[in-house]
Design a protein around this ligand. Structure first.
Ligand code: HEC
Length: 137
């Protein structure tokens, strides 16, 4: 029955494509839960189980970013803080336990390739969408 085989093949191709689409799309909520909640807390208010990992540092309350910036979510600035490449000494110094996600999110074995940089950017942008969505007014 050739018809049936065609359907099965079409089904398999569909599943492969669907899997690829879902795997490629970074979900900000999931990234946050996996990478940020241990310090910033599942509610992002800064009280995760590892919040006191380093004496003298407290994870920021990430629901108050817009409020602290005069009602505007400073997307570019927060991107740079998460990425880590532009942290200023005195403000975000390199003793801070806040990880440099621009390094941590690189694809293993393909670090700094275009593909890897795109993956890093995708994750940070997804995280920014998520953070923007949880801002308290
Ligand atoms: C090991 C603990 C830790 C983890 C994990 C962590 N952070 Fe942080 N984060 C901090 C600390 C501590 C600060 C406060 C900055 C400082 O004191 O240097 C901070 C600050 C920030 C800030 C600055 C907020 C502001 O308004 O100034 C942002 C944004 C942020 N974190 C986002 C994230 C995101 C997104 C993740 C996950 C991808 C994450 N953090 C994971 C500890 C952590």
């Amino acid at each position: 029955m050739p018809r049936r085989n065609e359907l099965i093949v079409a089904g398999i191709i569909f599943l492969l494509l669907a899997g690829k689409v879902f795997a490629g799309e970074a979900s900000g909520a999931r990234e946050f839960k996996d990478h940020c909640a241990r310090c910033h807390g599942t509610d992002a208010k800064g009280n995760g189980p590892d919040a006191h990992e380093k004496p003298g540092y407290r994870p920021a309350d990430l629901t108050q970013i817009t409020k602290r910036h005069g009602g505007q979510f400073p997307r570019r600035e927060i991107y740079d803080i998460i990425d880590g490449g532009k942290r200023m000494p005195g403000h975000y110094n390199f003793n801070s336990p806040m990880p440099l996600w621009g390094l941590s999110f690189q694809l293993e074995g393909k670090e700094y390739s275009d593909e890897s940089e795109a993956a890093v950017k995708g994750k940070i942008e997804a995280l920014l969408d998520y953070l923007e969505s949880i801002q308290e007014k």
